[in-house]
Design a binder for this molecule. Structure first.
Ligand code: CTP
Length: 406
């Protein structure tokens, strides 16, 4: 999803930085559009650095480049590509332009050119806000379907006290998310996710590993963050960039994953074990590279079962979700693991199909709980991740383990 964030000239322009950050945290791309006046308060570079996108600073010059056909029609292409136009802070001047259809800068032109929903957060001096002209303009916009995040009352930069203060960035972001239909239903949850494979050293150059890419666990982490959850990601060695806001603990061996997981488990009210933990490790590792001297066998011992340890130490309010990587009789084996590992749910994965499972972008799973079996048809791992989180929330509500949202 993508929104255009219009920033107008007011002392509260700096608060738009927080709006950019929070929208990005919810997985939304933000294209900042600054009016000329706003650039007197905050430099475009600040927004460019925060949003990771070129900032639009005028109708004829975009980001300092000379006018060309691209920049001249940019307001049209942007207007068509956004899911919402948000203006925060919105001055009396910009509200008036919007109300009257005046289009003399990029932002006001964008307003006329877009059919996306519009949300504005006005801020101005108390008398300017009270003025019938401003009130009429806001009323015209309201009637037209523009969502107005009402200004708050308090001390204003002009020295007066009264209505006109920009609404809190959280309130503005909540209005945007509600408009876009984005839910923050995991805002009260801390979710610990294990992901990826583990590596068990054989000698200084070799290890026992498996084909897990970590994509499923990372997709769950990303989805949980977007839905407002806090995420602790205990990750084995993978070639993926972790989501920016996840609290990541990198581990290599099953033993390290066990220790990291146990030491952080008390912080979590949901634990999702998506890692493909090695089941065996060398009984005695070799400190020297093993030479190729004919046939050989490795003397292995089982690793600790992390889920079993977690189940042993779990708090009553904690939900424990496992994965089952199976190559045959997936559902029966999954159900047996659900019981044996004393889990609230298990996500069964048939890893014998190369189009799904290990290292593929897609997956197809069945979520088993004590009394339900939900087949999730083949889809991108990001979509499967959301379905798994939906199941977690359902379990929380049913089991009464729900933590009230802040
Ligand atoms: N798991 C774990 N610790 C291990 C092995 C697995 O916590 N040492 C977890 C995995 O993260 C997964 C679940 O247990 O959530 C099931 O993993 P899976 O490999 O399917 O099952 P195993 O318990 O290893 O049993 P088997 O290999 O015999 O099927």
């Amino acid at each position: 999803m993508k929104v255009a964030l219009g920033v107008c000239g007011g002392i509260a322009a700096y608060k738009a930085c927080e709006v950019v950050r929070s929208l990005q945290d919810a997985g939304i791309r933000v294209q900042v559009v600054m009016t000329a006046a706003s650039q007197e308060f905050v430099r475009p570079l600040t927004f460019a650095a925060l949003s990771g996108e070129k900032v639009i600073t005028g109708l004829w010059h975009s980001g300092g480049v000379q006018p060309n056909l691209d920049s001249a029609i940019e307001h049209i292409s942007l207007a068509q590509s956004i899911d919402a136009l948000v203006v925060a802070p919105c001055t009396a001047d910009t509200a008036a332009k919007f109300a009257h259809g005046q289009a003399d800068d990029f932002l006001s032109t964008l307003y006329l050119a877009t059919s996306a929903p519009v949300i504005i957060a006005p801020t101005m001096n108390v008398e300017m806000l009270k003025h019938p002209a401003t009130q009429e303009n806001l009323s015209v916009l309201r009637k037209r379907g523009v969502r107005i995040v009402e200004p708050g009352s308090g001390y204003l930069a002009c020295g007066m006290v009264g209505a006109g203060r920009l609404a809190d960035p959280e309130e503005i972001v909540a209005a945007v998310l509600a408009t876009l239909g984005i839910v923050r239903d995991l805002a009260a949850e801390t979710i610990l996710i294990t992901a990826g494979p583990t590596r068990e050293p054989v000698d200084p150059v070799r290890f026992l590993g498996n084909r897990s890419s970590g994509k499923m666990g990372y997709a769950i982490a990303e989805a949980a963050l977007r839905r407002g959850g806090k995420v602790i990601l205990v990750s084995g060695p993978v070639a993926l960039e972790p989501p920016e806001r996840a609290d990541v603990v990198h581990v290599e061996t099953a033993e390290e994953m066990l220790r990291a997981t146990l030491s952080r488990a008390s912080e979590a009210n949901v634990i999702i074990a998506a890692a493909a933990v090695a089941d065996f490790r060398m009984r005695i590792g070799s400190s020297q590279k093993i030479k190729r001297n004919g046939p050989m066998s490795l003397d292995l011992e089982p690793t600790a079962d992390i889920l079993a340890e977690l189940a042993e130490h779990r708090r009553p309010d904690q939900l424990l979700i496992g994965f089952a990587a199976e190559t045959k009789d997936a559902i029966e084996n999954g159900r047996a693991k659900l019981r044996k590992k004393r889990l609230d749910a298990i996500v069964v994965n048939d890893v014998s199909n190369p189009e799904i499972g290990f290292d593929s972008e897609q997956n197809e799973v069945t979520i088993l709980t004590a009394n339900e079996e939900t087949a999730i048809p083949r889809a991108e791992k990001s979509k499967i991740a959301h379905r798994i989180l939906d199941a977690v929330l359902k379990l929380k509500t049913r089991s009464g383990k729900a933590v009230p949202a802040h």
